[in-house]
Design a protein around this ligand. Structure first.
Ligand code: DX5
Ligand code: ZN
Length: 216
């Protein structure tokens, strides 16, 4: 079963609660936290996540594109995020951090930038509930999907199967009606889409169309 997670990065930041309700039928709301250090862009942080948590029932999938997630990520679990994703490139102690997130009741997830291979992290997979393979360089919405990431998605799916694990495999960046089938075919099962959802006339219809294509 495919999960579709609209990214609020492409939503209207002055109306976040309404924009959350505009994607009825989505599985999770993807919240991109950027600190202007790990990526060259600045978005939102804990207070906004806390407010959104109160304003909507849809579970929050927080993608932390920040330095020092070891220090900051657990607070997002405490703020009510159902899933917290930290970047492998930024985490000093990913095993300890993943265990801390799980202990706080969140799903623990780790993201890989395009140039970061999965293989060094093979032994960490049992500590994770989700692995995010970035299909653009993180930092901005609306970028073109990187086809060169498809082999990494395939290799990651094979590792998950080889170890008999059930963690989810998420893709984020350039996911659209044109690219989602390739991602699904390669083995992804959780799809983040920003501009393809919030750039559409009817965001809820865009979610349904993406799901239909992913499950085709
Ligand atoms: C980019 C973010 C994405 C972004 C995706 O660094 O992690 O979640 O919102 O946007 P689209 O779907 O437009 O590529
Ligand atoms: Zn993201």
């Amino acid at each position: 079963m495919a999960q579709i997670n609209p990214s609020m990065l492409s939503a209207d930041f002055s109306r976040l609660a309404e924009e959350a309700r505009a994607v009825e039928g989505a599985d999770w709301l993807h919240i991109d936290v950027m600190d202007n250090h790990f990526v060259p862009n600045l978005t939102l942080g804990l207070p906004v996540v806390e407010s959104l948590r109160k304003a909507t029932d849809i579970p929050l999938d927080c993608h932390l594109m920040i330095e020092d997630p070891d220090r900051w990520a657990p607070a997002y679990a405490e703020a009510g995020a159902g899933s917290v994703t930290f970047h492998a490139e930024a985490a000093a102690a990913p095993v300890r951090l993943a265990r801390e997130l799980r202990a706080k009741g969140a799903r623990a997830s780790m993201a890989l930038k395009p140039a970061t291979p999965i293989e060094p992290y093979e032994d960490l997979l049992p500590e994770l509930d989700m692995l995010l393979v970035m299909t653009v360089e993180p930092g901005f919405g609306g970028q073109a999907f990187l086809d060169i990431m498809l082999p990494k998605i395939r290799r990651t799916r094979r590792l998950i199967e080889r170890h008999g694990l059930s963690l989810w495999l998420q893709v984020d960046g350039g996911v659209s009606a044109e690219t989602i089938e390739r991602c699904a075919e390669a083995g992804a099962d959780v799809f983040v889409a920003g501009s393809a959802v919030y750039g559409a006339q009817d965001p809820a219809a865009a979610v349904r169309a993406l799901r239909e294509r992913a499950e085709r």
